[in-house]
Design a protein around this ligand. Structure first.
Ligand SMILES: [Zn+2]
Length: 186
């Protein structure tokens, strides 16, 4: 499915607005795409816990792990679930809270200038065909709006927060992602 941007939102995606966002610094161009993974509880797929987490509404009684993270105020712009369903939480022109302490090419605070995409997954697992297909389509739509996000400016969370983050992990096939992008852009 092709996606188009409409005032910062992907038309055709599920839309679940998160309060976990703020304005980007003035005059700060968006030129980085960060690929992440998340699953809640870790390693369990499906369900509504990721939505709840990014909305600050995680039910701490639903799983012991949730008590550890429920107070965190985080978000991503976009989530792609195991079936390739795309959900957007934060408009792309606003600053989502996905990268944390981070650095890309000598620039800190990557949330200021990046877009964060979460793949439902685990950094020790692989990803689904539907996720690669949706990720390529979403990336192409983002690049059409933000041409500074060239292939060199697409990175993993583990690359901008080394030693602290492992996602999306070795199971994420970057070459496959690039081939998918080539096909979408043909
Ligand atoms: Zn991450």
């Amino acid at each position: 499915m092709k996606y188009q941007l409409d005032s910062g939102w992907l038309a055709g995606a599920r839309r679940v607005p998160s309060p976990h966002c703020n304005d980007r610094p003035e005059g700060c161009p968006v030129d980085l795409l960060v690929v992440h993974c998340i699953s809640l509880p870790p390693g369990e797929y499906g369900g509504a816990h990721i939505d709840a987490f990014f909305l600050g509404q995680l039910d701490i009684d639903a799983h012991p792990y949730f008590a550890e993270i429920a107070a965190l105020r985080v978000s991503a712009h976009i989530l792609i679930d195991r079936n390739g369903v795309v959900t957007q939480y934060v408009p792309l022109d606003r600053r989502a809270w996905h990268a944390g302490q981070s650095e890309f090419n000598g620039r800190c605070n990557c949330n200021d200038f990046s877009i964060g995409i979460e793949l439902e997954g685990l950094d020790t697992d692989s990803y689904t065909d539907a996720q690669y297909a949706a990720l390529a389509e979403v990336t192409a739509a983002i690049q059409a709006e933000y041409p500074r996000i060239t292939r060199d400016n697409i990175t993993g969370h583990s690359d901008i927060a080394p030693g602290r983050k492992l996602d999306p992990g070795p199971g994420f096939d970057w070459q496959r992602y690039y081939r998918g992008l080539d096909q979408v852009c043909e």
